[in-house]
Design a protein around this ligand. Structure first.
Ligand SMILES: Cc1cc2nc3c(=O)[nH]c(=O)nc-3n(C[C@H](O)[C@H](O)[C@H](O)COP(=O)(O)OP(=O)(O)OC[C@H]3O[C@@H](n4cnc5c(N)ncnc54)[C@H](O)[C@@H]3O)c2cc1C
Ligand code: SF4
Length: 428
């Protein structure tokens, strides 16, 4: 049987592994290790914070290796590293966001139907919303913001509302792409962890395999088909290292949390982003921002006494990733949008009863990288860019035409399903 390499085991990679195993002998090369939830509890993290040892967001990697952080002057950039990729540290939000793809002529209805059969999605967490969340929902309604309970991936009827979604669900409630990975492995796929792909080898216009670093060693993995799904930061770097530059259209969906002192709110122990309000260019959602709480000195109150509203921005597609690193700043338009949204979030908190002088801001962070190899009408049928050899496909957020400003996992999975089907046809 022909051999396929799938690089990465996040939303796109695990999907591709599941879809391709059987038609190919699939090997998944995964840079990180087996995902392990953060073992430290909030009290221990609060104690660590009080020692001032948590002075840089990148340090989170030590207690929690599944979270990788890069920094640019404007932004803290977050992604998951290890089995499940960023899905293992996600909030479980499940929304279909393929309107830009549809506009290009890419109809993913069949793939979404399949996803909705495979992944349980519900708003069952509503039954454990705390009082302040129900109050916020009402305020959003009164302000005409049309809040909607957030659909979540997993068995959310069992959600304990512990608030640890982004550190790995201790109850096994939240769905993540390790379930697709397990399905692929049950059919015979091989997983190699601790294997960081650096480049793909190209000979006579076709890919012959991938070069990867494992500890101090370099290995070559031969293949008939390579699916690159290392995520929006790593896939463009691997392509660049392989002599295939991407485009300077990186988006990241920046997040700014507007928070207030709200004694006894315990938002830190509640499901993250219980509901969402869509506005042109951004979304608003209740959110306890752990990164800001741990690492931002302005966040002085105990975790249980902080209440926040997240702004997630659909940022300008301006930024680049090369083998030398990530370049991304907020544009003037991004800043104007954030300022406008900040005004709305502040009004929400004030309507709840907060004093404007008690409102404080989080660190701008971002965890939805993509857009460096955006699909256009030209690739609507093949989902394959001309600059790639015929047996090399990309199946992750790099393909998205522009920032969604919204949770992208379901849309990436749908794209990866279609990419896998096309790769089977052309290379199988
Ligand atoms: C904290 C957080 C919360 C989020 N919450 C949500 C949410 O609730 N809902 C939602 O829809 N989206 C959410 N997202 C975004 C979502 O998780 C990502 O957009 C999505 O997982 C991206 O899919 P991907 O396949 O492009 O990359 P990823 O899922 O990041 O997968 C990339 C994979 O490649 C591996 N890898 C990286 N480099 C290499 C290499 N060199 N060699 C081999 N393997 C490599 C990584 O370890 C990883 O397994 C969240 C993101 C973050 C950071
Ligand atoms: S709130 Fe807790 S129990 Fe519920 S999904 Fe998140 S981590 Fe799991």
């Amino acid at each position: 049987m022909k051999r396929a390499l799938v690089i990465g085991s996040g939303a796109g990679g695990a999907t591709a592994a599941k879809e391709l195993q059987g038609a190919f002998d699939v090997t998944v090369l995964e840079a990180g290790g087996e995902f392990r939830p953060l073992s430290l509890n909030l009290r221990t993290m609060e104690r660590l914070k009080s020692t001032h040892l948590l002075f840089d967001e990148r340090l989170i990697h030590f207690p929690f290796p599944a979270m990788q952080i890069r920094k640019t002057p404007d932004l803290v950039l977050v992604n998951g590293i290890g089995t499940g990729g960023s899905t293992a540290i996600c909030c479980g939000n499940a929304v279909r966001m393929d309107q830009d793809l549809r506009a290009l002529g890419i109809n993913l209805d069949a793939e979404f139907e399949e996803i909705f059969r495979e992944i349980p999605i519900s708003t069952a967490h509503q039954k454990v919303w705390r009082k302040h969340t129900r109050q916020l929902f009402q305020i959003f309604q009164e302000m005409g913001l049309q809040p909607m309970p957030m659909p979540k991936m997993g068995d959310f009827a069992r959600c304990k509302s512990c608030g640890r979604c982004m550190f790995g669900c201790p109850e096994g409630v939240k769905w993540d792409s390790r379930q697709y990975l397990d399905a692929a492995m049950a059919k015979g796929a091989e997983l190699i962890t601790g294997c960081s792909v650096e480049s793909v080898a190209i000979e006579d216009g076709r890919v012959t395999g991938a070069w990867a670093r494992q500890g101090l060693l370099h290995h070559f993995y031969p293949a008939d088909l390579v699916i690159l799904a290392a995520g929006g930061f790593a896939t463009p770097a691997i392509l660049d290292e392989s002599g295939i530059p991407c485009e300077p259209h990186l988006f990241v969906d920046p997040v700014l949390t507007v928070a207030t002192h709200w004694p006894g709110s315990h938002q830190c122990r509640e499901v993250e982003m219980p509901f969402v309000a869509q506005s042109p260019g951004y979304i608003l959602s209740p959110y306890f921002d752990f990164l800001s709480f741990f690492f931002n000195d302005e966040w002085k109150h105990p975790a249980r006494d902080i209440l926040g509203i997240m702004i997630k921005l659909a940022d300008s597609n301006e930024g680049s990733v090369t083998r030398h690193g990530v370049q991304k700043t907020l544009t003037d338009t991004d800043r104007e949008q954030l300022n406008a949204a900040q005004g709305v979030a502040t009004e929400i908190l004030c309507r709840l009863g907060a004093k404007e002088e008690d409102v404080f801001l989080g660190t701008v962070n971002a965890g939805h990288p993509g857009g460096s190899l955006p699909l256009t009408e030209r690739e609507a049928g093949s989902l394959h860019h001309e600059r790639l050899p015929h047996n090399l496909y990309v199946a992750d957020a790099s393909l998205l035409p522009r920032s969604l400003g919204n949770p992208p996992i379901l849309t990436i999975i749908a794209l990866a399903k279609r990419v896998s089907a096309l790769a089977r046809q052309t290379t199988g």
